[in-house]
Design a protein around this ligand. Structure first.
Ligand code: DGY
Length: 419
């Protein structure tokens, strides 16, 4: 509706701190990596220059080794923990966090490029292309150091799906005896029942301490980080982004880069077999440190179509799981399997629905020609926003909003897709 369109636009404008957008006031007062990518799609519906600027400012935080951090701390804000001093990163340009987040940016940049046919658009992508390529190369080098064709995360925050039950076992091996005292801020903004638990935060901080003690050296991280788990989320998102970057390489005549990208794509298309749980008939996590294949089905298990995977042995069971879960909840797609004992409908990534994930899954189904499932995701997202406004996430059973409100990426997804 026009009223929700206007509301979404004003949320983006209010969360705009001058060229970059914070996810929501209080809870997340800095620029977050994948939030900004989705936000750019929202801006593109009414201000193309502002959309490009969001991505350009994100890349101001890029490290010399190619990594694009998950948070960019432009100014200190005491309402957030852990802030820049806890991360202790030494990259010279701007204070940032020390690891990355799901690499959706290349996919977004390709969409902006297709929408913006002006000469300026071509200039923007020319300058962003080598930065995106360097980031993807960093991911393939340091988060897949043995060349399995799957992408690992060194911290649950790197997946963007922070407290997914699938991280519990791997994170239980992290030594938390040395973390000291700390005070969370998130639980003063949001009902603690909707946030990760204390044990999760203890582990989050122990891994941050490991990174800080090792100066966030990605080679040391790959060899020794106590948490190193291959994620179907980051693997599928990067595979998709590699394909989008390849399309841009071809449009720009970047032949050498195109060959490099084709190599990564071929490797990952094979590598995803390592994430396939034959018994569950689903894509799951793989704990590379402890050599354990996961058994949980999460919203990322549905991203194979989005990644361009077409094999029936993968796609048919994916559709079956979708239908099983869709029959069980009122609103698709819960972040975790509602038939799993660890499902919690209101706790962050252990059950709630996230608009941006629905958009990614639906994009994949639509590209398969599977309009019915894509439409179910879209109409459910519309219904959630109509019922509960632009919340951070939603209860898949009751449709109640949870987490932060006046949320940027929920607004952006509304504008670019749901409306
Ligand atoms: C948080 O602070 O909860 C964020 O998700 C970390 O990126």
């Amino acid at each position: 509706s026009a009223q929700l369109d206007n509301q979404a636009i004003s949320i983006l404008k209010e969360n705009d701190l001058g060229g970059y957008t914070i996810p929501t006031k209080g809870l997340y007062p800095y620029q977050w990596n994948w939030d900004s990518a989705f936000v750019a799609l929202g801006f593109a519906t009414f201000n193309m220059n502002r959309a490009w600027e969001e991505i350009e400012l994100l890349f101001e935080g890029q490290w010399d080794d190619g990594m694009v951090p998950h948070i960019i701390f432009r100014k200190d804000d005491p309402s957030y923990f852990p802030g820049p001093s806890v991360w202790g990163t030494t990259n010279p340009k701007i204070p940032t966090s020390g690891h990355s987040q799901p690499p959706v940016a290349a996919t977004v940049v390709r969409r902006l490029f297709e929408q913006d046919t002006s000469a300026a658009g071509k200039e923007k992508i020319k300058s962003l292309f080598p930065k995106l390529l360097a980031w993807h190369r960093w991911y393939h080098t340091y988060r897949d150091p043995e060349g399995h064709g799957v992408i690992a995360i060194m911290h649950p925050w790197e997946s963007g799906r922070d407290n997914l039950p699938d991280w519990d076992n791997a994170a239980s091996h992290v030594d938390i005896s040395d973390i000291g005292e700390y005070t969370r801020k998130d639980t003063s903004h949001v009902n603690p029942e909707m946030r990760p638990k204390k044990i999760d935060y203890d582990r989050y901080l122990a891994i941050v301490k490991f990174g800080r003690d090792n100066n966030w050296d990605p080679k040391i991280v790959a060899e020794q980080c106590p948490f190193f788990v291959a994620d179907p989320g980051n693997t599928f998102i990067l595979l998709r982004a590699d394909r989008d970057l390849l399309a841009m390489a071809e449009a720009l005549g970047e032949t050498e880069a195109a060959e490099e990208l084709k190599g990564w794509i071929a490797l990952t298309e094979k590598g995803i077999a390592k994430l396939w749980n034959e018994e569950k008939q689903a894509f799951v996590t793989y704990d590379l440190r402890n050599d354990v294949l996961g058994d949980g089905i999460s919203s990322a298990s549905f991203l194979a179509p989005y990644a361009g995977i077409r094999e029936e042995k993968y796609i048919n069971p994916t559709r079956e799981h979708f239908d099983r879960i869709a029959a069980k909840v009122n609103y698709t797609m819960p972040s975790y399997d509602p038939d799993h004992p660890l499902f919690e409908s209101m706790r962050y990534w252990r059950g709630p629905v996230w608009g941006i994930i629905n958009y990614l899954i639906a994009t994949g189904f639509a590209e398969l020609g599977d309009t019915a499932r894509a439409e179910r995701l879209r109409t459910d997202t519309v219904a959630l926003i109509e019922k509960s406004d632009f919340a951070e996430y939603f209860d898949p059973i009751t449709g109640e909003g949870a987490g932060g409100n006046s949320f940027s990426w929920t607004s952006a997804i509304w504008l670019t897709w749901a409306t």
